[in-house]
Design a protein around this ligand. Structure first.
Ligand SMILES: [Zn+2]
Length: 401
């Protein structure tokens, strides 16, 4: 167990923190590729202690230690192998282009660069992508060489990088000192009134309401609602221009400008969620253990009937689901549409990741989809393989919780 426990909120500095969920000894990394089962099982672990800040509504893992964490090209977080996800990405990119007409785009934490390449291609923009997990040789350079790729962490050293549209997608939730990070982006963002900073990250509200213990994992040390996100941005000097949910209400979007003094102190109606978040934290305290119990019973029933279970999706949700439930032989294998994950092993549980075609050999009676948004796509993929197992999803009426 870690001896280091944060006693202040990383978003607002308050000490009004209240712990509401704890899971000890979970894999410190969920999307890192493991080449052997032994490596997957032996991967470093850390503790999770979720604390809610009553002052600003932010939720953090107060036991997070960034030194046990690793970001490198071995990270495989890309969702670009799913048609559902690619349609969402294209819609989002088109919307940014129509809304802001950027000539240049900087993406902080661009992952494998799929989204940046897409938006630069669609909009004819120049681009700069920075991420420690970039593999420049894998980047789809449809934008015709107009993108500069930087394999590094974004921090003060890179504050001279600038663009009309500064994107930061699915990165802030991995950062412990969120106020310092957003302040750095604010200091380096152009003062030009045209320029916009746009962040996208998971929504805490849904996790709390669903008791979604599978959406809470070590790499995500920071969790936001619309309100706590907007409060942080305004505290760091941004004017919040847009605040909404997307991707089946799973993600939050915040668009902000540096040059917006007139609106900087005016909260948007969607920010008024402090009381609701406190109630939802209480709900999670009851809902998460209930969801754990329901899934345990579901797996026990499958085992009693001799029915094979396969997980569809091998990313962070699968790691959290397998680890928190302590599942081993109850799951025959894990499948994924991302070919870069095939033959690798899930951190923590050590399950092998197989191509979907392999399921014709496994012949599962039950398949658990890690994200309900892919249910139709998965059902079609299974049918194409001649398989018609019981298909359920996490956080969906099809499942037990
Ligand atoms: Zn706070």
């Amino acid at each position: 167990m870690s001896e280091i426990l944060a006693r202040h909120c990383f978003a607002c500095g308050s000490s009004e923190l209240e712990t509401f969920w704890r899971v000890d000894s979970i894999p410190a990394h969920c999307v890192l590729l493991m080449r052997t089962r032994a490596e997957a099982i032996g991967y470093p672990r850390g503790d999770l202690e979720l604390a809610h800040c009553r002052a600003c509504g932010f939720v953090q893992n107060s036991r997070f230690r960034k030194e046990v964490h690793e970001y490198s090209p071995r990270c495989e977080e890309s969702q670009a192998f799913s048609g559902t996800f690619n349609r969402f990405a294209k819609e989002l990119a088109t919307e940014y282009l129509q809304r802001y007409h950027p000539r240049s785009v900087l993406e902080i934490g661009c992952g494998k660069g799929d989204f940046l390449a897409l938006i630069c291609e669609l909009g004819g923009c120049t681009g700069i992508g920075i991420d420690p997990g970039l593999q420049p040789e894998r980047v789809r350079d449809a934008a015709g060489g107009r993108i500069r790729w930087i394999v590094d962490f974004y921090d003060e050293r890179w504050s001279a990088l600038s663009a009309d549209l500064v994107l930061c997608r699915h990165t802030l939730e991995h950062i412990q000192d969120v106020a310092a990070f957003v302040s750095t982006v604010h200091r380096s963002a152009p003062r030009d009134a045209r320029s916009v900073v746009a962040f996208e990250l998971p929504d805490l509200e849904r996790i709390l309401v669903e008791g979604a213990f599978w959406d809470v994992y070590y790499e995500h040390c920071s969790y936001f609602t619309l309100g706590s996100l907007a409060r942080l941005f305004r505290r760091c000097g941004f004017a919040v221009e847009r605040l909404e949910k997307c991707f089946g209400d799973q993600y939050l979007l915040v668009d902000a400008r540096v040059d917006g003094r007139a609106r900087a102190s005016t909260p948007l109606p969607a920010e008024d969620d402090l009381v609701r978040t406190a109630q939802q934290v209480d709900r999670f305290r009851r809902a998460a253990p209930a969801a754990l119990a329901a899934w345990r019973a579901w797996f026990a029933e499958a085992a009693a009937r001799g029915e094979k279970v396969v997980l569809w999706g091998s990313g962070s949700k699968a790691v959290a689901f397998l680890t928190t439930l302590g599942l081993g032989d109850e799951v025959a294998c894990v499948t994924d549409v991302n070919p870069y994950r095939h033959g690798m092993f899930v951190p923590g549980s050590g399950h092998e990741i197989v191509p979907p075609a392999e399921l014709t050999r496994v012949r599962p009676a039950r398949v658990v989809a890690m994200n309900p948004i892919y249910l139709d796509e998965i059902r079609a993929d299974l049918a194409a393989l001649g398989l018609h197992p019981q298909l359920v999803a996490l956080g969906h009426p099809s499942g037990p919780a």
